[in-house]
Ligand binder design. Structure first.
Ligand SMILES: *Cc1c(COP(=O)(O)O)cnc(C)c1O
Length: 429
């Protein structure tokens, strides 16, 4: 049998017994999928053998919302409690355990919000939270403090306030629409959000973050793609953690988006027991590029309530990056980042390739352990006459010669030992 390219395949994921009789026109209807999501223990028991710890997780009154589309449920291996699909959506009792460093809003997004639902942390771009709903809920959700709560939904007035802030903030040139999942909104409402954003002249690019192509590929209709393509330049980041998520259905949905001219990136989270191995990550990034998706970020799991047991040591992420860079296409290598606890933004972490720095020389190693020296110019000057203004803050300000050092608050006071003596003399005298 000839293998077909990903976007023309006729094979579909087999359905569990519960839905074998469901007519295709229902199964392929995204509204039907949303309406028939599974959230309770009894219904899940009709489909899966549950472990005692899964039962404890599902029975708890304090857990983060559970909701799984029948489609995504059909990807779960009913006999394997360690199935990587299953572990992402079925809670375990241990998700209720507190851990050192745990926060409810570990990225301090709420403190960076000038208006509700809009996070302005970086100079030229913002994160817009346009809904609190998702097609299914990931157990390690960074925004479990607000996502999935039916009372916390965002309405048109909320969006209008966010747009008003953007109209008055000309340094914003990039708007990232997320939530919740923006593709769970009606096409009409999403069209409203996009058209309002496009009417703001200083907004250059719009991006959407969505896991809908994975949880609910039926949502990626021609109607949706035709609406989205009117708002270019529009980029979209999906969220895929394991190659098993890229089924024929998901592959078709992703191809539709790319064919609508939307460049696709992927953000995955490094999750213990799900994708914390080089072999899985390699297969994942290869499957992504076959599907015309560029791996964008590999996130270290946030210190958020509910996700303690999903964390890996940072060394695991570095080991994975070491095994990807050079060993496979550069297109297939994401950037590994830690989203700084306390709200510092994303911090990239990579293996060390720069071994030593001499005078106009650096010693470097490659992915194989080959070591070389790069000779730097002895007299460097830029031909660029219109040199950019020197950076005035951060480490870049040191390299631009604008500052000689950066001091923590009260550094001079703490180090003025004479002043300390004088203080003592004054108080004792
Ligand atoms: C991740 C993020 C962005 C976008 O960051 P990029 O590195 O440009 O992808 C913007 N705002 C917030 C608050 C974010 O968390």
């Amino acid at each position: 049998m000839a293998t077909s390219p990903p976007n023309t395949t006729q094979h579909f994921t087999p359905r569990p017994k519960k839905w074998v009789e469901t007519p295709d026109h229902d199964w392929n209807d995204w509204q039907w999928q949303l309406k028939h999501r599974i959230s309770d223990l009894e219904t899940i028991l009709q489909i899966l053998q549950l472990t005692p710890e899964e039962k404890a997780g599902l029975n708890s009154d304090h857990r983060f919302r559970v909701d799984i589309t029948p489609y995504f449920m059909s990807l779960i291996d009913a006999d394997n409690p360690n199935c990587p699909i299953r572990r992402q959506v079925i809670p375990l009792g241990r998700e209720l355990l507190a851990f050192e460093g745990m926060e409810v809003d570990s990225l301090e997004e709420d403190q960076h919000s000038p208006v509700p639902g809009l996070v302005h942390r970086y100079p030229d771009r913002v994160l817009m939270l346009v809904t609190t709903h998702c097609a299914s809920y990931c157990r390690y959700c960074t925004r479990s403090r607000m996502v999935g709560d039916p009372k916390a939904s965002v309405n048109k007035q909320g969006i209008d306030l966010q747009i008003e802030y953007l109209q008055n903030t000309p340094q914003v040139r990039d708007v990232l629409i997320s939530g919740g999942d923006p593709l769970t909104l009606s096409t009409t409402f999403l069209n409203y959000v996009l058209s309002r954003l496009r009417a703001v002249p200083h907004i250059e690019i719009i991006r959407i973050g969505s896991r809908v192509p994975i949880f609910l590929p039926q949502r990626i209709t021609d109607e949706l793609c035709n609406m989205l393509r009117r708002y270019h330049p529009l980029w979209l980041n999906v969220h895929i953690n394991h190659p098993k998520e890229i089924t024929p259905e998901a592959s078709n949905a992703l191809a539709k988006l790319v064919d609508a001219g939307i460049p696709l990136g992927n953000q995955s989270v490094l999750l213990a027991g799900i994708n914390d191995s080089l072999a899985i990550q390699k297969e994942l990034v290869h499957t992504l590029v076959i599907n015309r998706i560029r791996p964008y970020y590999l996130y270290q799991c946030d210190l958020v309530k509910g996700s303690g047991h999903f964390r890996t040591p940072i060394a695991k992420g570095i080991e994975i990056m070491e095994g990807l860079r050079g060993h496979t296409s550069g297109y297939a290598v994401p950037t590994y980042v830690v989203d700084a606890p306390g709200g510092g933004g994303k911090i990239p972490i990579a293996p060390q390739y720069l071994l030593s720095q001499g005078v106009h020389q650096v010693a470097l190693r490659n992915y194989e352990g080959y070591i070389t020296v790069y000779q730097e110019p002895e007299n460097y000057f830029s031909f660029n006459q219109e040199a950019p203004l020197p950076e005035t803050t951060g480490v870049s300000s040191l390299l631009s010669g604008h500052q000689k050092h950066i001091k923590p608050e009260n550094f001079d006071q703490a180090h003025d030992r004479k002043m300390n003596i004088k203080d003592k003399t004054v108080t004792s005298g």
